[in-house]
Design a binder for this molecule. Sequence first.
Ligand SMILES: Cc1cc2nc3c(=O)[nH]c(=O)nc-3n(C[C@H](O)[C@H](O)[C@H](O)COP(=O)(O)OP(=O)(O)OC[C@H]3O[C@@H](n4cnc5c(N)ncnc54)[C@H](O)[C@@H]3O)c2cc1C
Length: 368
Amino acid sequence: MSQVAVIGCGVVGAAIAYELSLVVGLDVTLLDKQAPASGSTGAALGILMGAISHKTKGRSWRLRQTSMQRYETLIPELEAITGEIIPFNRQGILMLRFNEEDEAQWDKLAAIRQSQGYNLETWDRKQLQEKCPHIASDKILGAIYSPQDRQVNPQILTTALVAGAAKNGVNCRFGVVVENVSSTALAGSNIRRCCQIHTSAGTIEVDWLVIAAGLGSTPLTASLAEKIDIRPVLGQALHLKLDRPIGNLDFQPIITGDDIHIVPLGGGEYWVGATVEFPDSAGEVVAQKELLEQVKQQAIAYCPALADAIVINTWSGKRPRPEGQPAPIIRELPGYSNVLLATGHYRNGVLLAPATALIIRDMLTLPR
Ligand SMILES: Cc1cc2nc3c(=O)[nH]c(=O)nc-3n(C[C@H](O)[C@H](O)[C@H](O)COP(=O)(O)OP(=O)(O)OC[C@H]3O[C@@H](n4cnc5c(N)ncnc54)[C@H](O)[C@@H]3O)c2cc1C
């Protein structure tokens, strides 16, 4: 049995642990200093912008396509294993259009998506009004509807992935801090091999190490003298409640306009978010109340009924954004033969977790 340690139990680490639990011959330990989904994942809205994203080729599109496909099997698979329902909105994503100029761009994207097997519908104001009567603003020209895009509850998904992994034999250890990692040089080469991780609960021998620790990946890689710089980009969001659901009750897609998202939760409840707040030169970022209020007002501007909602919760989280390289980072740690990075997913970690897990599984199991 090969000993694999996965550090970090956000949605990315949990997806990796689950996918590895399906492979014969691996003895997997999943570690987190907190409870599952306590990092960025705990703040996420779970919107899976696949077909509606502007990525059409290369790695960015392949990751999205792989995740979209895997989600369709993963959700029923986890529901069958755990016996729990995972909230997974299959009613698509509706993107509001405010700009005449982007029409040609959307037509081009729709044609590409059609060739890739995805459908994007262009709606004018009248169609939008019929299908989503709760959306009303003079500035809206129409909308793009992407029926194959989804939204998932990130916390419930992560819990289900952990439960599935544990059922398949993964050793899940929470409240355990990985303090540092030791390695040895491979004879006759300048490549090193990680052999042990040192945790607040003792030392663990490893054959493979997967670092999926979000913002915590920076100090961990620094302890291996190969620092990967990941910085926080803060996001705030709100949970709103109305005394009645709005719009057409049979059609409740995720609505997004000018990067402000409204996620229907059922029973007149909605998540609305999120701010995008960058750190200062010292790497610090503190939530600014007025930016959250701006997000709320922008949502009300295109969905006026939300003005009557009460705020039942607000929260913030820090997205892990790689500095100086594209998100996400899914590759070997340079200079090491057995350390894999699955981190820096920035704004799309929930979307890209299934594809990330499949890549890590292949890196661990396919001959190199
Ligand atoms: C407001 C907001 C909205 C978002 N909405 C979306 C969305 O709609 N769709 C989408 O796809 N993405 C969204 N995101 C982004 C998404 O949340 C992240 O990309 C994703 O959660 C990253 O997952 P992760 O597992 O890599 O990191 P995290 O969830 O941060 O998990 C990392 C884990 O590592 C653990 N850890 C760190 N260091 C150590 C250590 N030394 N020892 C042990 N454990 C350690 C931490 O405790 C943590 O649990 C949003 C983010 C925010 C903040």
